[in-house]
Design a protein around this ligand. Structure first.
Ligand SMILES: Nc1ncnc2c1ncn2[C@@H]1O[C@H](COP(=O)(O)OP(=O)(O)OP(=O)(O)O)[C@@H](O)[C@H]1O
Length: 658
């Protein structure tokens, strides 16, 4: 085994794997680590992470720590192609057809381990490509079983469990898109609790090779006899727990426990998570056997989450009532890159903002938990297909179920960390884990109520190593949460003490030039308008929902119906609001706006042909990014950062105020 590890290490020069080898070579030094793992419920696990390496070698001195970090960074930069991972020819071809050649770090680590047949716990940051990290070896295994005629067909051969219906759809789409490009055929279905028993039975007849579902749904299928536990025991060869950190917070524990007796001992289990938590350890203990724990260095050790490094984080200080003015300035003066995902904390705020922007001819759609399931899925699809550029999302899950969860968890353990976690997770129902494609900018119009929300929100950009930015509009009332976020990020990224910087492209003049119009229009959006728009939107979407369902069953690629950013009102937009007159835009802002446009063009975002050709790392050109090079006040970002070091919060706020 140690030999195998070392071979893998030399193949990829992998720091983590070297750690594992050390782990095996020096069992005595690792006794503490082992004990900790056992305590956490992962007895006998192979822990692969930077920290283990330190422990195994008796601790790394300070200088060496830096060297190790540099080596890790270098390693991260090293590119490994899918061809090097021993994947089936069909899969390699499918990946090439999809334009995917290079692996992400989690893929190059996890795929060989899973192919070896190990149970694996893989933890890697948001957007790092965890889905393919388990899908590829899973498909490979099933293709192999098919080829060898060893497939058992009394129940699904592989089970992919995810916490929400949106994620079922997403995983199903990813897997289907690969399978469509393979010559051997595997059947994949998704079933969710929203389907009737009859539809579920129909979907499971066959049975499929792969079932994508939620724990609640599979438990219901077993208890209703739709699927026989004995058949699962006979057929199941692989089980994946995706977004595992969320599974327990969605109260899936009992459902998973009900499944345990039916999982054959020979079943290979994989657990994927963006975060580390005691819940993950609990799940690991419940469902995995002697797993290999793969923690990429980028996943925070001390804290649960980290921000992808390729996301630049900015903030703007403004009063709550000026937020409309500021977002208008950012969008209308084209100071941020599209596509833009804007987070607000309530559905009313979402519609207020949508109506406000609409009056300036800026169209957007609203995504919230109140909308019917089909509409939610189609809004995401339409946004991903670039049918509109601005999506306003609430990330609070206002479903009855979630409210109940929150209420109960509050009762259970007031003030405890677990309670906080459950409250938070229930809030990420709509967007958590969703793979929004090519979102460049995430705007926190309202700051999230808790720091973890910030991480999950901005994890919607910078996906698959693409460049992204986040801009937080911080009012004095939100200072406390902003401080908490900064504190959390400082802990995680110890060396970078200024990870959220003042947004450099927006000047006071630019904002003031739009103040009068913004205030005037903001006043004209009344509570009644908001309620009416909200009611109308849900009504339209419910009507559309059934049509959409039927239509997309017949025309899966037709995007015509997906225009979720249709106008809420039919009043025409006056010219002075539609276009910002030249005389209102000062030269600095014009320059900034041009720089953003140029960088957009340089990234190929305006040219669909080039966009298609863009490789994995394209679009991450730092040099062409005005956020890195431009400063409205003519100072470099770095210098500003240095100047600010040591300043107290009030001083910083004053400086950042535009
Ligand atoms: N090797 C690759 N090259 C290019 N793009 C990739 C690669 N692997 C995955 N992607 C793309 O990266 C995006 C993010 O992948 P994925 O959704 O699997 O991330 P994730 O780690 O599961 O994120 P989260 O934890 O937020 O759910 C997807 O759009 C996916 O198609």
């Amino acid at each position: 085994m140690a030999k195998k590890q070392k071979q893998r290490g030399s193949l990829r020069g992998e720091e983590h794997v070297a750690a594992a080898a050390a782990h095996e070579d020096a069992p005595a030094e690792n006794a503490e680590e082992e004990a900790a793992a056992q305590e956490a419920g992962v007895a006998g696990s192979e822990v692969v992470e930077g920290r283990s390496a330190d422990a195994a070698s008796g601790g790394v001195e300070e200088g060496k720590e830096e060297e190790a970090a540099a080596a890790a960074e270098e390693e991260e930069e090293r590119e490994v192609t899918f061809d090097e991972l021993g994947l089936d020819e069909q899969l390699k071809r499918a990946l090439r057809k999809k334009g995917l050649t290079k692996t992400t770090p989690i893929q190059r680590e996890a795929i060989p381990l899973i192919l070896e047949g190990k149970d694996v716990v893989a933890k890697a940051k948001t957007g790092s490509g965890k889905t393919f990290a388990y899908l590829l070896p899973l498909l490979q295994e099933l293709l192999k079983l098919c080829k060898e005629g060893r497939i058992r067909k009394s129940a699904p051969n592989a089970l992919i469990l995810v916490p929400t219906r949106e994620l079922c759809q997403q995983v199903y789409n990813e897997a289907s898109s690969l399978l469509e490009l393979c010559t051997s055929k595997l059947k994949i279905v998704q079933v969710t609790a929203s389907m009737s028993d009859k539809d579920i039975k129909l979907a499971l007849s066959g049975p499929p090779n792969i079932l994508v579902t939620t724990p609640a749904c599979v438990a219901a299928c077993i208890s209703k006899g739709i699927v026989q536990g004995s058949s699962i025991k006979e057929s199941l060869s692989m089980m994946i727990l995706d977004e595992a950190d969320l599974l327990l917070s969605y109260r899936c524990e009992d459902d998973l426990k009900a499944l345990v007796p039916h999982i054959p001992r020979s079943c290979q289990s994989i657990l994927m998570s963006a975060t580390s938590s005691p819940d993950i350890d609990k799940l690991t203990k419940l469902l995995l056997h002697n797993p290999f724990v793969l923690t990429l260095t980028e996943v925070g050790h001390a804290k649960d989450d980290v921000v992808p490094r390729n996301v630049q984080q900015f903030w703007i200080s403004c009063s709550a009532k000026d937020k409309m003015l500021y977002i208008l300035s950012l969008l209308k003066l084209e100071l941020i890159q599209k596509k833009v995902l804007i987070f607000v904390n309530s559905i009313d705020n979402a519609f207020r903002l949508r109506l406000f922007l609409e009056k300036f001819a800026i169209r957007s759609a609203v995504l919230n938990a109140e909308l019917p399931q089909n509409s939610r899925l189609h809004i995401i699809e339409a946004f991903n297909a670039r049918l509109f550029d601005y999506l306003i999302a609430t990330d609070d899950n206002k479903t009855k179920e979630a409210k109940q969860t929150n209420k109960e968890s509050k009762k259970d353990s007031k003030g405890s960390r677990k309670h906080l976690q459950q409250t938070l997770d229930a809030e990420f129902g709509v967007v958590r884990g969703i793979d929004f494609k090519n979102v460049f900018t995430v705007v926190n119009f309202d700051m999230p109520p808790y720091p973890a929300g910030y991480i999950h929100r901005i994890g919607r950009t910078g996906r698959a190593n693409k460049t992204g930015a986040s801009i937080s509009l911080v009012s004095p009332e939100e200072d406390y949460v902003f401080e908490e976020i900064e504190h959390m990020l400082q802990d995680v990224e110890k060396k970078d003490t200024n990870c959220i910087l003042p947004f450099p492209l927006l000047t006071k003049n630019a904002v003031e030039s739009l103040r009068y119009r913004a205030q005037d229009v903001a006043r004209s959006v009344t509570s009644r308008d908001i309620q009416e728009a909200r009611r109308q939107d849900v009504k339209n979407e419910i009507l559309n929902s059934e049509k959409l369902k039927a239509h997309f069953e017949e025309n899966p690629t037709d995007l015509d119906l997906l225009k979720h950013d249709k106008l809420l009102t039919n009043k025409s937009i006056p010219a002075h609001l539609r276009d910002v007159p030249e005389y209102l835009i000062d030269p600095t802002t014009k320059e900034a706006s041009n720089a953003v446009k140029l960088s957009r063009a340089a990234m190929g975002l305006d040219n669909p042909r080039r966009k298609k050709r863009m490789g994995f790392r394209s679009g991450s050109g730092k040099s062409s990014d005005p956020l890195r090079t431009f400063s409205a006040e003519g100072k470099s970002r770095k210098r500003r950062g240095k100047e600010r070091e040591g300043d107290d919060r009030r001083k910083r706020r004053k400086k950042a105020e535009i």
